[in-house]
Design a protein around this ligand. Structure first.
Ligand SMILES: [Zn+2]
Length: 599
């Protein structure tokens, strides 16, 4: 770490280049006055790196904390630092094209206002979503009511919500840890998340695209602005694209290449991404666009200028994901497990010294485990790991073998003295899982997590450790109320709606239930059947007969309302109405505040 090139201020020069104006104060509120973004709360980052932060992460956070309107190229502007992501504005013949309108409508509106204050009151004449993650579309209603072309990669709507729909509550709970939402913003607390500072918490919206980009090489013109697209599904997101503005000689990299090592598997939980495909898309982007661009920008972090800089940046990012993938697979084929690969894998010196390859968001350690998981899954082949006791049961036995809770704490102190905080955390975790009331173990584990957090170069790791410490000391922090906006719910397909119902069936409670319901969706002209048997809710399209116990005639909006618990008002029913009540009676609810650092 001491060898990192701190003297190289190139990123600071690039992050400040083209600066036009700040938002001052950088505080954004909802209509009723709730603060949903406060960049000023991170002003402390401009000071010297304290002992409570890794210098490399501190540097990254200083860069992420810059906010305001920036000129990227003639006619291309970015608003950075007013949400997790960047909003890019490209000036056309009549108005301005907006790329990636942030997470919240309030932030997007503030970003557009800042732009207009300096570039004139141009109407929004088009929108582009680079990919299907919420920080790239959620604020869209803050910049337009629709009535403009909206471009997105093929499959955007399928993935915009679906990626988070089934495991959403667990992901939301884990995201509290990953982003450190409950931590104070302070040198000892939350100092960013590597990809940016944090996520805004305003109103999320979604307008469906009007034009799909379906192939690489596709060209489109909006408001006189020409764009040439490269489709990159399954890299950083299941639906994603990069594109060139040939007349501006500017390249938009979406989120496929940013100034950090990204996640092959995000720690809040997701399906594993394909590092191999990711590397190939970056190589393709290099071949397609590098000679035609003087600047490359992305929807996070700052741009890269000049052909040489772009070629170096994209080439190194490509090599990063290719190396990570290939070396992990090489080592797993020699019999190393994920945890073992994570210990021995090191980046080549050139990448090790490249700030943008460093693990501020993803990390070499957890990405290697993710590649292993993609190919081989959770089991490492060792029968000792096939049928282990779950954490609490294991903990009880370990603590018993080690001579009780106090003895475990004594052992842990020994490892702390030897600076083996990793093993101290393992020991103390057993002590806490065996006995939540062991205050000595709890306090010491909180201390160990805090030290691990303060030493972490990866922002997500830091946040996980510090959140763990916080919840050990203060108990579980209740999640802020999850308000799934109607925009988001209504874009689910009917099949996804029934799937999300099926995963709420409490299996054992439904073992002996048998019932079938036909759902006639009048507005869509579709018939669907759900059948409950053996605790499984099976969905079928266009059933062949009319044998269901109950038939409901309703609109999709009423179906969404019904699933959201708003009742059956206005729904036409025919047959055994008790069938619906019996189905509702076996539905379970997720537990949004489940324990993580205690049993
Ligand atoms: Zn993003």
């Amino acid at each position: 770490m001491a060898d990192l090139p701190f003297h190289d201020k190139g990123d600071f020069v690039d992050a400040d280049r083209g600066f036009v104006a700040k938002l001052s104060p950088a505080v954004i509120k909802t209509a009723d006055g709730r603060v949903i973004w406060d960049n000023d709360s991170y002003d402390f980052l401009q000071g010297e790196c304290p002992d409570s932060a890794h210098p490399s992460l501190w540097r990254q956070s200083q860069l992420c904390a810059r906010q305001g309107l920036y000129e990227v190229a003639e006619g291309i502007y970015q608003v950075r630092g007013l949400d997790l992501s960047n909003m890019t504005l490209v000036e056309g013949e009549r108005g301005v094209l907006v790329i990636d309108p942030l997470i919240s409508t309030e932030c997007a509106a503030a970003a557009l206002k800042l732009y207009r204050a300096h570039r004139g009151d141009r109407p929004v004449t088009g929108v582009v979503y680079t990919h299907s993650h919420v920080d790239h579309f959620g604020g869209v209603r803050g910049v337009t009511d629709g009535d403009v072309p909206i471009l997105a990669p093929a499959g955007f709507m399928d993935h915009a919500v679906a990626e988070n729909v089934y495991a959403g509550p667990a992901m939301t709970r884990r995201a509290v840890y990953m982003y450190g939402f409950a931590l104070p913003r302070a040198p000892e607390g939350q100092i960013g998340c590597g990809l940016g500072l944090t996520t805004s918490t305003g109103t999320v919206s979604l307008l469906p695209p009007t034009l799909d980009v379906t192939r690489t090489g596709q060209e489109e013109t909006v408001d006189g602005i020409r764009m040439v697209f490269q489709l990159t599904p399954g890299a950083e997101a299941p639906a994603e694209m990069t594109f060139l503005f040939p007349d501006h000689r500017a390249l938009c990299l979406a989120e496929n290449a940013t100034h950090n090592q990204h996640n092959v598997l995000t720690l809040r939980g997701a399906t594993v991404r394909d590092a191999r495909a990711w590397a190939r898309y970056l190589d393709e982007a290099l071949a397609l666009f590098a000679d035609r661009a003087d600047v490359a920008f992305a929807s996070h972090h700052w741009p890269t200028w000049g052909r040489d800089g772009i070629v170096r940046f994209l080439g190194q990012q490509r090599d990063l994901y290719a190396y990570l993938h290939d070396q992990t697979v090489r080592l797993l084929n020699k019999g190393l497990t994920g945890a073992e690969i994570a210990e021995v894998l090191h980046l080549p010196p050139e990448l090790e010294q490249s700030w943008h390859a460093r693990g501020y968001y993803g990390s070499l350690s957890h990405n290697a485990k993710a590649v292993y998981q993609r190919y081989l899954g959770w089991f490492d082949g060792n029968p000792a790991h096939l049928w282990e006791h779950p954490p609490r049961e294991s903990a009880l036995r370990y603590v018993d073998c080690l001579g009780g809770g106090s003895a475990v704490v004594a052992f842990a102190r020994r490892y702390i003295d030897e600076n083996d905080l990793r093993f101290a955390a393992q020991l103390l975790n057993h002590a806490v899982f065996a006995d939540e009331g062991n205050k000595e173990a709890r306090d010491l584990l909180a201390e160990v997590y805090t030290r691990l957090g303060h030493g972490a170069e990866n922002a997500a790791w830091r946040n996980f450790y510090l959140m763990g410490a916080l919840e050990l000391s203060e108990g579980i922090v209740p999640a802020s109320v999850e308000t799934s906006s109607f925009d988001l719910l209504s874009v689910l397909s009917v099949e996804q709606i029934f799937d999300s119902l099926a995963i709420r069936v409490d299996g054992p409670r439904a073992w002996h239930e048998r019932l079938s319901i036909d759902w006639h969706l009048s507005d869509l002209g579709e018939r669907h059947r759900t059948t409950l048997s053996n605790g499984a809710l099976i969905h079928q399209r266009e059933p062949a007969d009319e044998s269901a116990d109950l038939t409901l005639r309703l609109t999709k909006e009423q179906l969404v309302g019904l699933v959201a618990g708003k009742g059956v008002g206005g729904v036409e029913r025919e047959g055994d109405t008790a069938a619906l009540q019996r189905l509702v009676a076996v539905l379970d609810r997720p537990a949004p505040d489940f324990a993580i650092v205690t049993a």
